[in-house]
Ligand binder design. Structure first.
Ligand SMILES: [Zn+2]
Length: 288
């Protein structure tokens, strides 16, 4: 659950976290101000026992599922046996337990408890859920106010503050590499290199049209399969792939030729079909 929250925040801040630290902090502050204000307003008129929308949905769902479960009393008002058609569980209303353990672990009544409630004529199960699922609790969670920090010129600066310099970022950081937004073309190690017509013909034999029925992932798989075996001395396979890729897309061949009358290695070629974007760097070495 903790990991999910972190992933959610990471996703939310994927653009904002590239900003300088002061702007990022202001972005977080503004976000909290918006959340706190909106949630406080949402829950301000809630009844004492009203469950949150999420918890209500859970209870309603379990109510429907348990509609035909069989309940037998062991000790009326306290202990019951519930047959859910797969297993038989015991519900103890005094100690607030069910032998399926869902009630104890989640704090929301399980289907067995709801079935018992129905049996004893109690249609509202909200009092059986733990307090933190109630709207009043949510309201009090957001009762603090988040204020703007004002203009930087109006801030009080305490004496003796340590100056923290930005970290040295000229090394590869640990962990998973950052998202790349463009394909980086490696330098060409040979001066005389030309794409053969037969290779280009191979690419144009099954071009990607970018239509709704066309699956870009299938196209990439096909492209990778047929290009992975092509070899040129001193030319990385990734370089060959990058040069051939535009020819596998409909319309890109003309674009490539227009920008580069004699060779596809000249100029900066941008191919965009559906979600596929390919950059080749400008002023690259050109074949003779
Ligand atoms: Zn249960």
């Amino acid at each position: 659950m903790t990991s999910n929250s972190v992933e959610s925040i990471n996703n939310l801040t994927r653009h904002a976290r590239k900003a300088p630290i002061t702007q990022l902090m202001e972005w977080y502050r503004a976000l909290l101000q918006k959340w706190y204000c909106a949630h406080r307003d949402k829950y301000k008129d809630s009844g004492a026992n009203t469950l949150s929308d999420w918890a209500t949905h859970k209870v309603m769902d379990r109510m429907q599922k348990s509609a035909h479960w069989k309940v037998l009393g062991i000790d009326y008002g306290r202990l019951y046996q519930v047959d859910d058609r797969r297993r038989v569980h015991q519900v103890d209303l005094t100690f607030r337990t069910c032998t399926c353990r869902k009630w104890q672990l989640s704090g929301i009544p399980c289907g067995h408890v709801i079935a018992v409630s129905r049996k004893i004529g109690c249609t509202d199960c909200s009092h059986l859920a733990l307090g933190w699922f109630r709207k009043t609790t949510l309201y009090s969670t957001y009762q603090d106010l988040v204020y703007p920090v004002g203009e930087p010129s109006s801030w009080v600066r305490p004496d003796g503050l340590q100056v923290v310099k930005p970290p040295n970022m000229n090394f590869r950081t640990a962990g998973r590499p950052k998202n790349t937004e463009a394909i980086v073309v490696p330098p060409i190690l040979v001066e005389h290199f030309e794409l053969k017509q037969s290779l280009i013909n191979m690419m144009t034999s099954d071009q990607f049209f970018g239509l709704e029925k066309d699956n870009p992932h299938d196209h990439i798989r096909w492209f990778n399969k047929i290009t992975s075996t092509i070899k040129y001395r001193d030319v990385p396979n990734s370089m060959i792939k990058l040069m051939l890729f535009p020819f596998s897309l409909v319309g890109s061949r003309e674009l490539a030729r227009k920008r580069t009358p004699r060779s596809i290695l000249l100029g900066n070629i941008l191919v965009s079909k559906s979600s596929m974007i390919l950059f080749l760097p400008q002023n690259d070495k050109s074949p003779t």
